[in-house]
Design a protein around this ligand. Sequence first.
Ligand code: AMP
Length: 545
Amino acid sequence: MLSTMQDGPLSLAILLEYGATFQSAATVSTWTGDGLRTMTFGELGQESARLANALRSLGVGKDDRVGTFMWNNNEHMAAYTAIPAMGSILHTLNIRLFPEQLIFIANHAEDKVVIVDGSLVPMFAKYLPSLKTVRHVIVANGDAASLEAPSGVEVHSYTDLLASQPDTFDWPDIDERSAAAMCYTSGTTGDPKGVAYSHRSMWLHSMQVCASNGMALSDADTTLAIVPMFHAMSWGLPHASLMAGASIIMPDRFLQPEPLLAIMAAEKPTFAAAVPTIWQGVLARLAVAPQDISHLRDVVVGGAAVPPSMMRTFDDEYNVRILHAWGMTETSPLGSVARPPAGTSGDEAFAYRITQGRFPASVQARLVGDDGSVLPNDGKALGELEVRGPWITGSYYSPDGAKIDPDKFDNGWLRTGDVGTISPNGYLTLVDRSKDVIKSGGEWISSVDLENAVMGHPAIAEAAVFGVPDEKWDERPLVAAVLREGAEADAEKLREFLADKVAKWQLPERWAFINEVPKTSVGKFDKKRLRAQYADGELNVINLS
Ligand code: AMP
């Protein structure tokens, strides 16, 4: 028997109309360096209508891809809301990618229009002649005349283009399964791969961001959205904010610890989101310039493992709770969030909080062993994490229908490439990326565990661990460590420090002290680059064995 229930489409046009009317007093603001430029969600609705009318006037229609090459700011927010709501597809371009990757991505997605931030015009100008399908470039927050247009391309000023447009738009009915937005993986191996989110997946994902066991976003919140809108949809915060009526502050290009702390001092956000390296920088700054940040009810941190020592510092010194979360571009991105189970406290709760988190009902998860067998969720068996659900991608975007990387999918499950355990009550603990696992004498050493242990030393700012060939054990860990400014420590002392923290056979004998851990375009440790530096003899390795 079919149900009697209506089948209302989960469309981002409906979400925009809701936010712009029933949550019209909430705001989106952009940091200018010494204050905010603010729009209410009501005004965002009008701005989105003007942008949609402007794009329509340039010939942008259903399913056309509109790229953004922008910082987090009000204009990017308008692109986030207007483009999917008009039935076109928002394509966020990662400004930190290598030129050839960015060109590949924009051509692969066949972007027709790109909205570019004025401050990024000099960078974008280098790519533009290689973008084969782009016909219009819209420059926001800057001088359109400074961008020279190749033949066949028109350059417009965002302000001028929108000025004469009506502030209403007849938002279309949209099939909830159609694509609303696209994002490419950062592509540390092979070509970047495109994920196309649907209206339905983004709606459901927004509900999870708002859920109390997700990020618990509500109209009482003001979020500092540090996580870039050009990476994994800023973890779903822009659309979830519309749903929750939560105000959102965009840091624009001011992503260094000092301006971030200035925003916090001035605006007292209740919630913030960023990768661990951003928070490491904020902590280092706070150590020399203390400031009360206890207005933050929660800080969601993910994209890479949160060192437990960092979580402790936030708890003990700043009275701010870090919520550790796991996800991927392919998972919209929110997968799991590490809220401890009700009734736990103290060390028991802390042990849950440093996991990658508990899966919600909509993200089914399982572990698969080397032989393809499904492993038990007993908190001990180590395997590759596979997930499926309504906001997990089922394939990669391909313009001609060819299957891209089919081995990343296993009978309807996404193979994440992450290796870890799942506890009986659904908490994920990651030990590594499958490609980063260190196998020493046939046993696995978790690079993440070693990194966390080393980063627990007060003299260490950051540390990355990767496997290097070893005659006797096949592979052994090498620690590439960065000392805090003015701090001193040598390999021997650090190894001693680890002695009661990891098993004896896991104690690393190879150490290199470096100035900075190289990072990928999305702020993760770039172990591929570290391995290459090691292979090229660029690391000065101390061997204690
Ligand atoms: P991306 O698609 O660029 O967001 O990268 C996704 C990958 O980041 C995941 O597959 C993990 O390897 C890693 N990652 C994300 N969150 C975490 C976390 N909390 N702890 C450890 N690794 C993480």
